[in-house]
Design a protein around this ligand. Structure first.
Ligand code: 6CM
Length: 247
């Protein structure tokens, strides 16, 4: 079999039954479906999306948006990576074991609940950005194989009585993130590290949850999102280099 490595913990090809009986299931299913559906929808030419970073095959767009004076700019990135599969990309994005190795804005990460093999709830604190207060987030994370060839991870804010918001030093931020990936290879060939290409769509909307200076926030996003996507995709390429391919 080509699926020798980490077989049990790779994103499962079908939804885990334990997730479908959880109280969060209907929300997780609805938001994930919406996010995956929208992920590959065009930005090119569409009104409002402005290109703010471009490097190689990576393009990042944002739409300026404010809610009650707080910057909530939706961000959308498109990228193309050779030599790794959609399933591998999502494995490294979803699995907390690797997170500190590619996520540079993170200060702490706690697994609040293990719902199933394909759904977890996280509490994370982020590095403080001067002059704003430190932020934390509480969100579910779900990885799924949807229509042909698409694997995606969706992260969305939730609540938990054991992790109340705005009680300590941190202000709770709200996040909706989707990393959707599709792998292609030439018709009639077997997929190998040398002939596969994975198209990536990454969408993120963050509400800072409380006062943060708009200019500082936009400057941080402009610097940090391209850094994240380059670092994360390079990390996955490095991790997969000498491992058997997992389609
Ligand atoms: O999607 C990314 N990471 C995931 C795993 O950690 C997860 C994270 C979501 C939180 C995104 C919040 C980013 C805000 C970080 C800066 C702190 C803001 C302080 C505001 C005060 C001025 O989906 C990668 C996220 C890459 C972010 C650049």
């Amino acid at each position: 079999s080509v699926h020798t490595r980490d077989q049990v913990e790779l994103p499962p090809p079908a939804i885990d039954n334990r997730l479908t009986v959880h109280t969060l299931w209907s929300e997780i299913d609805r938001i994930s479906s919406e996010q995956i559906q929208a992920a590959f929808e065009g930005v090119g030419g569409e009104i409002g999306w402005q290109l703010f970073a471009e490097e190689g095959d990576m393009r990042m767009y944002r739409r300026e948006m404010e809610v009650d004076g707080m910057v909530t700019d939706p961000l959308k990135a498109m990228h193309k990576v050779r030599g790794v599969t959609a399933r591998e990309m999502c494995h490294y994005f979803f699995n907390p074991r690797y997170r500190y190795e590619w996520e540079t804005t993170l200060e702490t990460m706690t697994i609040v609940e293990e719902i199933s093999s394909d759904a977890l709830v996280f509490h994370q604190t982020f590095k403080r950005i001067w002059p704003a207060s430190q932020r934390d987030a509480l969100f579910w994370s779900h990885v799924r194989h949807s229509s042909t060839g698409t694997y995606a991870v969706t992260n969305h804010s939730t609540t938990n009585v054991d992790y109340p918001s705005n009680t300590g030093a941190c202000i709770r931020l709200f996040v909706t993130v989707c990393l959707a990936c599709r792998t292609t290879y030439p018709a009639g060939e077997q997929p190998t590290r040398n002939n596969i290409t994975t198209d990536i769509a990454y969408c993120s909307t963050v509400n800072p949850g409380g006062w943060a200076p708009a200019g500082v926030l936009r400057a941080v996003y402009k610097r940090e999102y391209p850094k994240f996507l380059k670092r994360f995709t390079n990390y996955v390429v490095e991790q997969c280099r000498d491992k058997p391919i997992a389609i």
